[in-house]
Every structure is written in C-alpha cells, then in structure tokens.
Design a protein around this ligand. Structure first.
Ligand code: LMR
Length: 393
C-alpha cells in the first residue's frame, strides 16, 4: 500500500532547522524558525519555567488522565490572560490544546461541523502552516490582502474591501499581535474598523494569538480580542504558550469559543471535546501544569513577566542594531520598515533568489519570503549579517 504514496516536500520553515544544523560554517546565522534566542544565540528554559518544573516534579502525585479538556486550572488561567476582565463571561469556553497548532486544527474541525459551507478568510501573507492546517480540516479558504511589499505597509483599505465581500457567517482569521510573517500589526483604530465590518456583515472573527506579550505587553497585545468580544456575538481565539513561556516542544496552547449565550457556548465545547477525543484523545499535561502554576503563583508570575519583558526588549534592540548595521553596509537601500514591525518576525524585503544566495554563499538562513526571525541577530553576528545582505543586493 505505501508504494502508492508520493513523497511530500518538507515544511518550508521546519526544514531550515536541519539545513542550518548541518551547515559546517562557523559564521552561519539562523534567522529561520520562530524560536526565541538570547544574546548568546541560545534558547534556554526560562527560570520561572525551571522553578515550576521543580515544583511539579516534587508535588505531582499522579499521571492519571485529566480529560479531553485538559487541566481546568490551566484553562481558567489562560482564559484570564487573554480575555482579562471579560474572562468570567459565560459565553467563553476554553480547552487546553497541544500547542497553538492543535487549537487551530480543532477549531477548524468544529467550524466545518457547524457550517460545512463556510469560508475562512486569511491574510495574504499569513503563517505558512495556516492554510494546510486549517484547509485539511475541509473548510474553504480565501485570502484578503494584507501587506504591500513595495511600501512595507498594511493594505488596510484593500483588506476591508475584501472583507466586505465575505458572505454572512464567514470567518476572518486575524493575527492577535506580532503578525507572522510580516511583523506589521493593525493599530487599535484599524482593529475597531475590522470589528465594524465583522459586526455589520455578521462575520466571525478568529484570532490567532501566538505571541501575546512579544509586542507591547500582555494587555495591549490582547487589544483586538478584548475589543471584539464586546462587539460580536461569536468568535474563536487560539493561544500558544510556545513563545511567551518558551515551552515550544512541550506543546501548550488553548482554544476558546465565544458564543452568543452560555448554552450555545457549552454545546460548542461539547463538539470540540468530541473532536479532540477522535483526534488525539487528550492534550499533553506537563507544559500546561507549568503554565498554570506560574500564573497562579505571584512570585513566579512576577519572574515570568520580567523574563517576558527581557525577550521583548531584546527583539526591539536587535531590530535597531540590524537597521543601523544595514545603513552602514548598504547605504543606498532603505530598511527602515524593519523598525515599524513588531514581535519575532519581519520581512527583510529581498527576493527569493537573494534568500537562496544568502544561504548558499553566506550561511544566512531565513524563510524564502525573506521573513527573518529577529532573535537570530546578536551583537556578534550583526555586522557579518549586514555585510552578507549587502553582498546580494
Ligand atoms: C514559525 O512561524 O517559525 C513558528 O511558528 C514555528 C512553526 O511551527 O512554523
């Protein structure tokens, strides 16, 4: 039977992990997969996470199943993190998921069950894995314009115009903050306008919040979610703890449904739990238990918040460092748009061919779209990086 299968190409982002690892050049630079790196180029476990892990190992008395919804204390804590004061609203139901990706897929499955005809609108561009992950669930996908590569700005009018054409009940996927791959976020005023269109056309916002805390702070980064819940009857929110807690491989995320009333919210949750049971039965527990403990322990929470600020500040600093090094290495080229971006990523604004040359000639790795992971920059490699970029322009 397996001889019938055609080989599948490796994922464009994940394949960079192996390529970079196997590159023997000492001066190589990794701006590929979205993983935080510190000034030494490492991805250490956060101190708050280490302490919570010690606590967990010392106190956990059972590894028995918890149920398809996962750890209820985690669900409550993570719900508060994203919805703030609105978290106690009975319209919201939350389940723990295997990373943000697990949340996205379960959401898509529930959407298909609820409305097989629905169309989900994604930004152009969006995270490489959004279309495969959501589309494989069997829902129709469409794109709305988002980013203008020439001016490095949001095509906001075109985005709204496109959403005006969406059918009643269609779903609009929005990046809660730190747009992946462009790093260009909607302003609060633009979020409000999107909410106007969603409310008027009865669209369902679906906010993917994978980087809460990586742009401004936990509250500002949740602006879109918190404003939308006041404005629309139905919404979907996915969260990831990969980046803000650095729990990448532990797979911790959450999925929330906001329904028009409490009864519908609980019905939606029951469908989601049934979907979970048939897909992976129950989510992994270890990372979620850590997050739950950190959020519930004032000292650990404080330490985590400080670590989050440290990661965020480094992203800002590295953007400035790169733009300044590029203005020396390539004075005829304008890279100032990098300073208008936020979070882990931005587009450098070079061609796919130049991206390939950077990899082949200089050992500089980034996604083919020229998306760079800003944390791959250090004060030690920025000069080499800027010279490498200048050499292919
Ligand atoms: C990324 O965009 O690089 C990260 O979200 C990792 C991934 O799974 O693609």
């Amino acid at each position: 039977m397996f001889e019938r299968l055609e080989p599948k190409p490796a994922d464009a982002i994940l394949k960079l992990i192996g390529e970079y690892k196997n590159d023997p050049r000492a001066e190589k630079v990794d701006l590929g997969v979205g993983v935080y790196r510190n000034a030494a180029g490492d991805t250490p476990i956060l101190n708050s996470v280490k302490k919570a892990e010690h606590w967990l190992v010392g106190t956990q008395s059972s590894k028995a199943y918890l149920g398809s919804r996962g750890d209820i204390a985690f669900c409550d804590a993570i719900q508060k993190l994203v919805f703030g004061a609105a978290a106690s609203d009975g319209r919201i139901t939350t389940l723990q998921s295997p990373g943000g990706s697990g949340a996205l897929r379960v959401a898509a499955e529930v959407v298909r069950i609820a409305n097989p005809e629905v169309c989900l609108w994604m930004s152009d561009p969006t995270w490489n894995n959004h279309a495969p992950l959501l589309g494989e669930a069997g829902i129709k996908l469409q794109s709305y314009p988002y980013y203008d590569l020439d001016s490095h700005s949001i095509r906001f009018d075109a985005m709204l115009e496109s959403l005006q054409k969406a059918a009643t009940g269609d779903i609009v996927l929005l990046h809660g903050c730190c747009h992946n791959p462009t790093g260009m976020d909607l302003s609060p005023a633009q979020w409000n306008q999107v909410a106007d269109v969603a409310a008027a056309r009865q669209l369902v916002p679906f906010v993917d919040l994978a980087y809460q805390g990586f742009s401004e702070n936990l509250d500002d980064d949740a602006y879109g979610v918190r404003m939308l819940i006041e404005r629309v009857p139905e919404m979907i929110v996915t969260q990831s703890c990969s980046k803000n807690f650095g729990l990448y491989r532990d797979r911790v995320g959450a999925l929330s449904f906001i329904a028009a009333d409490e009864v519908t919210a609980n019905t939606t949750l029951s469908q989601a739990l049934s979907t979970v049971r048939t897909m992976y039965s129950l989510p992994p527990d270890h990372g979620a238990a850590i997050v739950s403990h950190i959020l519930g322990d004032p000292a650990l929470r404080h330490e985590w918040l400080e670590e989050l600020v440290g990661m965020r500040d480094r992203l800002k600093e590295m953007r400035q460092l790169l733009v300044s090094a590029l203005s020396d290495a390539a004075p005829d080229h304008d890279f100032s748009h990098v300073l208008r971006t936020t979070g882990m990523f931005c587009y450098l604004g070079v061609t796919a061919e130049q991206v390939e040359r950077l990899k082949g000639e200089r050992g500089v790795y980034m996604v083919g779209s020229s998306r760079i992971n800003v944390c791959g920059i250090t004060s030690g490699n920025v000069e080499y990086l800027a010279q490498s970029i200048a050499s292919v322009l």
